[in-house]
Design a protein around this ligand. Structure first.
Ligand SMILES: Nc1nc2c(ncn2[C@@H]2O[C@H](COP(=O)(O)OP(=O)(O)OP(=O)(O)O)[C@@H](O)[C@H]2O)c(=O)[nH]1
Ligand SMILES: [Mg+2]
Length: 205
């Protein structure tokens, strides 16, 4: 029988920076790559006896891969959440800030951001409060940060959400270590609420 464990999960579109954030926040050493699709399957890293961090492959289209690949990944992710959602006290939805700004300015294809929106609603339906980490803010101008956040908030009907959902937003840069403390604190808060004490010892910053 599989041993019981709590999971801290990172999800998001391909190349959003999930593996990079895991590498900055924990002792796990996931594969990080320049091109989308670096993480090819769900990988669980044991951080403590009953605590794992989970690196999930990017959800969404990858140009160099077939649609079969995309479907297989989606099925794998959906099954993981269906099976384990009650053991996921904290889940970080990583979003690429540059894509948010580009789409809001109509500089890139519209089809991209609805995937972030779809993932947000997917987690919400699983009764998970998504911790939204808008990453790569080093790639946008400071004046664009609000544009990026507001654009996403509008998509998920932010105003209608309860306080605990609204509080789980942070802009970060895994590259420059910006606001990683705030993200760490949010993760910690979600884990504490679920009495996952072991986390304290295994998060580095
Ligand atoms: N400029 C910048 N680049 C970043 C940041 N975070 C990650 N990257 C880069 O983005 C690329 C993708 O990073 P990963 O951490 O592999 O992204 P991922 O979401 O795990 O990607 P998949 O596993 O392919 O879904 C790498 O080249 C990282 O160095 C950031 O905050 N700023
Ligand atoms: Mg990855």
């Amino acid at each position: 029988m599989e041993n019981f464990a709590w999971y801290l999960v990172f999800v998001g579109r391909p190349n959003a920076g999930k593996s990079s954030l895991i590498s900055k926040l924990t002792h796990a050493k996931p594969t990080i790559g320049k091109k989308p699709g670096s993480t090819r399957k769900i990988i669980e890293y044991q951080l403590a006896k009953k605590f794992k961090v989970v690196d999930v492959p990017g959800w969404g289209k990858i140009h160099s891969r077939s649609s079969d690949y995309e479907d297989r990944i989606k099925n794998e992710i959906v099954s993981f959440f269906e099976e384990k959602h009650f053991r996921i006290p904290a889940c970080v939805l990583v979003i690429d800030a540059k894509s948010l700004v580009d789409v809001s300015k109509r500089l890139s294809k519209k089809g991209i951001i609805p995937i972030d929106q779809e993932l947000y609603n997917f987690l919400k339906n699983m009764k998970i409060i998504p911790i939204v980490a808008i990453n790569k803010i080093d790639k946008i101008f400071e004046s664009e940060v609000t544009t990026a956040i507001d654009y996403f908030k509008e998509l998920i009907d932010f105003e209608s959400l309860s306080k605990e959902y609204q509080e789980a937003f942070v802009t970060v840069s895994a590259k420059r270590d910006t606001n990683l403390n705030t993200l760490r604190d949010l993760i910690r808060k979600h884990l504490r609420k679920n009495d996952v004490e072991e986390f304290e010892r295994y998060v580095k910053l």
